[in-house]
Design a protein around this ligand. Structure first.
Ligand SMILES: Cc1ncc(COP(=O)(O)O)c(C=O)c1O
Length: 461
């Protein structure tokens, strides 16, 4: 196999003209790979060599290689030539057909604004690999044993420091339980609550239906609590426990107002249990981060966080900071389902947090998502009212008329968004809207994805 395109004499025809620019060059390379003219494993020329061959700027070639690497056509290894990736020849054409979606509920269309996921291509691969290498090389042999259901002490300690510093959580490592994401944490919590005789759980109305289903499967009766622009209406809570999203109400996007935070803490101190789902608290885009509510009543408020937005949903890592009385019941509920902490990925995350790489990544992603949010707001056609814009990876667009027509128009333009309608619990007449997750498109695809979204909205407004 050639080590270098030019020196080994590989002469591959690229159907490319300088006028077609960076996109044209990327297309030409994709075609050459798909047609088998550049078979798997072939070393492509260095960015310098190709730039000289084609008479273009080296930076252009570097960006094309980065895009094709993110799409899986190319594979880069430090200190070695960039190569055509192993399975790239059978990959469908990236610009013509949607790639397969791992999340089965996301429509398989070309432009992915379905909320709930970060930019998967931004996963800090190099930092994760180097943390993994360090952990595997240095951790004692006992780390490879069956471990504590709560997760390794090193991760619980790193999280306790991180959460206290970044979110104001009152966090004792002994009270932290690391689960397989928020959904898994809610499963364990719901079982523990049912076991101790709490038979109902309230959710904000609107909220994510899949979490309500999770709790219902643990035989909890689900009730809804209305939300206004100041957040959950605490006086309407009619269950012994409630799940809330104070930093960025999902899906409306409101921040819980200061007086409501105090009211919620008072409700908890008077005997209620609050589960604070801080799913995107790291991504406050405008003002100073809003601290967690948990610190107002740590013996009555469960704090829940996740790595699904900051790193990737595939990690399946989320954490609970529990009131003392719930630690053992939640640990026992996990043990009942056969759960053991996957210690190696947990130790890797601990290393990432302790080394500062996690903070750096979060800061970098915050800037990138703020930039996307600004571009989306600037491009919105008239007639849409965005809400929830000051945080997170999604916003809500309130629309006139039937939201289903907007979904259909998006679909026609090969754009995936979510409907507000499916989040309501009560049947009354609700506002219509679509939920737009601007975190999901890969960085290089954001521009064309935004154009397609705006086209679909403009056709409808
Ligand atoms: C409201 C809300 N909470 C929590 C999560 C995180 O879920 P998990 O940690 O199970 O991936 C999400 C992810 O989409 C979410 O939208």
């Amino acid at each position: 196999m050639a080590e270098s395109w030019s020196s080994a004499g590989w002469d591959v025809h690229l159907d490319w003209s300088p006028a077609s620019g960076r996109r044209g060059l990327a297309d030409a390379l994709r075609r050459a790979i798909r047609d088998g003219r550049l078979p798997a494993g072939t070393a492509v020329p260095s960015t310098r060599a190709l730039a000289i061959d084609l008479g273009i700027a080296r930076g252009t070639v570097t960006r094309v290689y980065a895009d094709l690497t993110a799409e899986g056509y190319l594979r880069t290894t430090q200190g070695a030539p960039t190569r055509v990736a192993a399975d790239s020849a059978t990959r469908p054409p990236a610009r013509d057909v949607a790639g397969p979606r791992a999340a089965p509920w996301v429509p398989a269309v070309r432009w992915d604004f379905y909320p709930g996921r970060p930019d998967l291509s931004s996963f800090p691969r190099a930092a994760w690999v180097s943390a993994t290498r360090k952990v595997v090389a240095e951790t004692p042999a006992s780390s490879f044993d069956y471990g504590d259901e709560r997760g390794p002490a090193a991760l619980r300690e790193a999280l306790a420091r991180y959460l206290a510093r970044s979110r104001g959580v009152v966090a004792d490592p002994e009270r932290i339980v690391v689960c397989g994401g928020f959904n898994h944490a809610l499963t364990a919590l719901s079982r523990a609550l049912h076991e101790r005789g709490d038979l109902a759980l309230a959710f904000e109305d609107p909220s994510l239906p899949q979490f309500r289903d999770t709790a219902a499967r643990s035989r909890l009766h689900i009730t809804g609590v209305p939300v206004d622009e100041r957040g959950i209406m605490v006086s309407e809570i009619d269950s012994p426990a409630v799940v809330v999203t104070p930093a960025h109400q999902y899906p409306l996007g409101h921040t819980l107002a200061p007086e409501r935070r105090r009211e919620l803490a008072r409700w908890a101190s008077a005997g209620g249990l609050v589960i604070e789902d801080d799913y995107d608290g790291e991504f406050r885009l405008d003002r100073q981060p809003v601290g967690c509510v948990q610190a107002l009543a740590p013996e009555r408020i469960v704090y829940a966080g996740t790595a699904s937005k900051t790193l990737a949903p595939a990690l399946r890592i989320g954490w609970l900071v529990l009131p003392g009385a719930l630690v053992e019941p939640v640990r026992a509920a996990l043990a009942d389902t056969g759960w053991r902490a996957p210690a190696l990925s947990h130790l890797t995350l601990a290393e990432l947090i302790s080394s500062g790489a996690y903070d750096r990544h979060v800061r970098q992603r915050r800037t990138a998502y703020r930039n996307r949010r600004d571009r989306l707001l600037a491009a919105l056609p008239d007639g849409f009212t965005p809400t929830g814009i000051s945080a997170g990876l999604h916003l809500l667009l309130q629309v006139h008329g039937d939201e289903q027509e907007y979904l259909a128009a998006a679909r026609k333009n090969s754009v995936a968004v979510d409907s507000l309608g499916r989040h309501w619990i009560s049947d009354s007449d609700h506002p219509q809207g679509i939920v737009v997750g601007y975190g999901s498109p890969a960085e290089h695809a954001f521009g064309p994805a935004l154009e397609a979204l705006v086209r679909s909205l403009a056709g409808k407004s």
